[in-house]
Design a protein around this ligand. Structure first.
Ligand SMILES: *[C@@H]1O[C@H](CO)[C@@H](O)[C@H](O)[C@H]1NC(C)=O
Ligand SMILES: *[C@@H]1O[C@H](CO)[C@@H](O)[C@H](O)[C@H]1NC(C)=O
Length: 119
């Protein structure tokens, strides 16, 4: 009886720590739209939270990022470390995404940092 309770409590603790420590960055997916601005191709970028938890304070590394189409700074803005803050650092909830379009040679976006919040 006591043994059964111990196992039950432990599995609860394990479940919680797995969820808390979940390493689950948003995915970044970009595709060519087929359009061009001047000599530069136009890309559509989708940053998607495929986790069971919420991602927030997401920053990207985007070497040499430039664009001929302005990107809404509430979607993507350069921070004071040279990385790019997504969605003003606000939560991207489970299954949601943030998208933007840019016109330049392909930029190699990657997730630099993020936080996970599980409810
Ligand atoms: C990007 O999208 C394609 C098509 O929807 C999908 O097959 C691929 O897994 C996605 N890649 C990432 C990194 O999410
Ligand atoms: C991104 O979010 C929009 C609006 O919620 C949705 O219509 C679209 O299907 C989503 N795209 C992906 C790739 O999840």
């Amino acid at each position: 009886m006591a043994g059964g309770i111990t196992v039950f409590v432990c599995s609860l603790v394990l479940l919680c720590s797995l969820t808390q420590g979940q390493d689950c960055p948003p995915t970044i997916n970009q595709t060519l739209t087929g359009k061009r601005i001047g000599s530069k191709p136009v890309w559509n970028v989708i940053i998607k939270n495929t986790c069971d938890c919420t991602d927030l304070d997401v920053t990207l590394s985007a070497p040499n990022f430039q664009t001929l189409i302005p990107v809404d700074p509430s979607i993507l803005s350069k921070d004071n470390t040279g990385h790019w803050l997504v969605n003003d650092g606000k939560p991207i909830y489970k299954g949601n995404n943030v998208t933007f379009t840019y016109a330049w040679d392909r930029v190699d976006f990657s997730v630099f940092d993020y936080r996970v919040a599980c409810s």
